[in-house]
Ligand binder design. Structure first.
Ligand code: 5GP
Ligand code: ZN
Length: 124
């Protein structure tokens, strides 16, 4: 699938966004997976034995704003990570909080990928 957008446009980078800074390696993160389009790293405050954040390398604020091109890239990454970590056998959850009312606190689209023993995850 080809994209018509120029993802190098500055609107796809937010200098105040902590996840954009992780993408640019301006701040450290425990990165477990990376490809051309996406990156996945450990959540700072894990709510499960395995708690990763899978994000596009472009700044799109939530699951509504992310486009189908990058959504498909994130989907591919999740499948790769599940394969690499053997999560299919264990079972896992994929969650995206959208809006402050749902607990979103970082305004760069991300999926939480959780597996193992869980803590409460509602309204964290
Ligand atoms: P949200 O609340 O938007 O659904 O999820 C944001 C997640 O990002 C939270 O679970 C929070 O712990 C995590 N988080 C916030 N800042 C950082 C950071 O600088 N590094 C990492 N690794 N995780 C972060
Ligand atoms: Zn961002």
């Amino acid at each position: 699938m080809m994209s018509e957008n120029n993802y190098n446009d500055e609107k796809y980078f937010d200098e105040n966004c902590i996840f954009c800074k992780i993408v640019e390696k301006q701040i450290p993160a425990d990165i477990v997976y990376e490809d051309e389009y996406t990156i996945a790293f450990k959540d700072l405050q894990p709510k499960a034995t395995i708690h990763l954040l899978v994000i596009p390398k472009v700044h799109m604020k939530d699951i509504i704003e992310v486009d189908e091109y990058y959504m498909s890239k994130v989907h591919s990454s999740i499948k790769n990570i599940v394969e690499q970590l053997g999560l299919a056998e264990k079972g896992f959850r994929v969650i995206s909080n959208c809006g402050a009312g749902a607990g979103q606190s970082v305004w760069h689209f991300h999926f939480h990928l959780l597996s193992g023993k869980y803590e409460r995850f509602d309204n964290h």
